[in-house]
Design a protein around this ligand. Sequence first.
Ligand code: PFF
Length: 452
Amino acid sequence: MVERETWATRVGFLVAAIGSAVGLGNLWQFPFKTAANGGAAFVVFYLIAVTLIGFPALLAEFVVGRRTHRNVVDSFAELGGPAWRVVGAMGMVTGFWILSYYDVVGGWVLRYILGSATGAYFDDPGAYLSAVASGPEAIAAQAVFLAIAVGIVAMGIEDGIEKATKVMVPSIVVLMLALGAWALTLGGAADGLAYFLSPDVGSLVENAGTVIPDAVGQAFFTLSLGMGIMVTYASYVGEDDSLPVDGGVIVVSNTLIGVLAGVVVFPILFAEGIGPADSGPTALFEAMAAAFATLPAGRLLGVVFFGVVALAALSSAISLLEVAVSYATDNTDASRSTLALGAGAILFVLGLPSALDTGDPGGFSAWFVWFDAIAYNLLLPLSVLLVVVFVGWVLGRDAVAELRAGSTASGGLAMVWLWTVRLVVLLGIVATLALGFESLFLAEDATFFAPF
Ligand code: PFF
């Protein structure tokens, strides 16, 4: 077994974890889910879900990783016995499942950087989208995206992930702030912000049944939960770091960047008169491209915008690759590079359906929607549920002790966390799973059967 690495610094861990959290979930999914769910009403549910369900669940994953300093599969086994390996394995499967279509979107982003630089989509954004969203071009771009992520992970924790994210994350923040400041000067800024930030209480009450599961799913996705990532990253953390403080910094930074993404995207869409309600997985690409095609200095803005999205997507993808690589390095003698390459190859094959041209409207694969719906409605909540049951009800007081190590949190506060995990988080997930099951299998337009 190769000796285990650790983060060189606490900031290194924080930046890597923020890099994992900030991703397509914030910059692409959050704006389009907000748009699809009626604007600010969704933002309110999302913020509640992040605070009450996402944050405590993040700490639960940290506790498991740091207590054992093992990979996600062996850590659960070490703490609970061999049967609990299944929880870690579930996280790994969920992560691979998600990255398999996530890297297809990563490929689109790379194509849009290129398209912005050359102005290739300026004449006909819709045609450009259809050309790059699926088929050979999408497959090639997906391979390039994966190759970059594999390259970084192959270099190791300290020399690869930590060094790369220390450059990537500050760049994302600075560029997003600059884009936000510019977006606020646009003609659509006031309308865009009003849509994004002033909740319509009527629609909030009316749509609670669909908004809640979407908001909870989004909270898990954006904090990189249920994929083994935060267990793995915390396994490289020392006992003198405060997990609640680090978790708080990660949650707040991630949320602020999500809000900033809305501040960038909505004014641009409103300025161009592009309805946010038309949004969907690819519509945002099309709408942003259409905006850059007409705005002054659109090429430069396009390169910067899609460049930021690419950095965010990459710093998330590497965290997921690391889950598998860490499992394999703990259990074999193979080199990191070989293992990273192997994981990348598996992901490439798994992603093929989501990149294939199925002749569907909008130019993207019907399998893409299928993979995403299963991840959101089933795998993700189920995977977090298993972690929460384990940490809350099996580890119990040991979890409290681990949470308090290196922190100044009082015993009382730690117990509040434990009971939140045991009850609030658990019930929130069960409700989400029930509603997700309905939309996946029982509803009239059940997504599970759609591609068949
Ligand atoms: N937190 C990430 C995001 O919001 O984009 C979720 C994620 C997805 C992480 C895919 C890693 C990954 F490979």
